[in-house]
Every structure is written in structure tokens, then in C-alpha cells.
Design a protein around this ligand. Structure first.
Ligand code: FES
Length: 105
């Protein structure tokens, strides 16, 4: 399996505290800017399929808007019930002012 780096958007288009969803090569992935870092996660809650990009950023986690499950922004690990299964996380890089995400293909 190899990594495919895909340009998503200019870094300037994602404000502090913002969460946005993107369709990237057929995967729905959210980008979130929290503090001085940008994170990329699968945009589907493992509990009941809600779009996590409708949630909130709290203490380095994203909280699902449907039932309040939480996931670690860095690893995608489930950190609060009712979510118990983690979600995919993706490597992020900033190059020449643009955000890139690594997909495993
Ligand atoms: S759908 Fe996300 S916590 Fe239930």
C-alpha cells in the first residue's frame, strides 16, 4: 500500500476552530484547525454514521453532534461513549500555503 498526497485547499481557507468536509478521491474527509495544527479525519461517526463535520472541537477532540461521542483529533481513537470504535485519521502537510492529505491507496 502506498501513500497518495492530495492537495485539498489553501491553508488560509480554514480558520481557527473551523471544521470542513471534503470529498477527496471518493473518501469523505473532514479538515479541522485546532490551535496551531490542522487535522484530517474520516467524516463519518463510527457509532451511527453521523457527519462528524457538524460537530464541535473540544480539548483536542471532535464531538459528534448526534449523540455526543468523541474522537481524538490526532489518532481518530474513540474517547467518549457512545463511540467505542475509532475512525480513520490521515497525515496532513502544508506545502506552499496549501493543505495536503495522505491517502493510503
Ligand atoms: S452517531 Fe455519533 S455518537 Fe452516535
Amino acid at each position: 500500500m502506498s501513500e497518495l498526497w492530495v492537495r485539498v485547499c489553501p491553508e488560509s481557507e480554514l480558520a481557527e476552530g473551523e471544521i470542513r468536509s471534503f470529498d477527496i478521491e471518493g473518501d469523505t474527509i473532514l479538515l479541522a484547525r485546532y490551535g496551531d495544527k490542522i487535522f484530517a479525519l474520516e467524516d463519518t461517526c463510527s457509532h451511527d454514521g453521523a457527519e462528524l463535520s457538524n460537530g464541535d472541537l473540544i480539548n483536542s477532540q471532535i464531538q459528534c453532534s448526534r449523540h455526543g461521542g468523541r474522537f481524538d483529533l490526532e489518532t481518530g481513537e474513540a474517547t467518549q461513549m457512545p463511540a467505542i470504535v475509532g475512525i480513520k485519521s490521515y497525515y496532513v502537510e502544508i506545502k506552499d500555503g496549501d493543505i495536503y492529505v495522505a491517502l493510503k491507496k
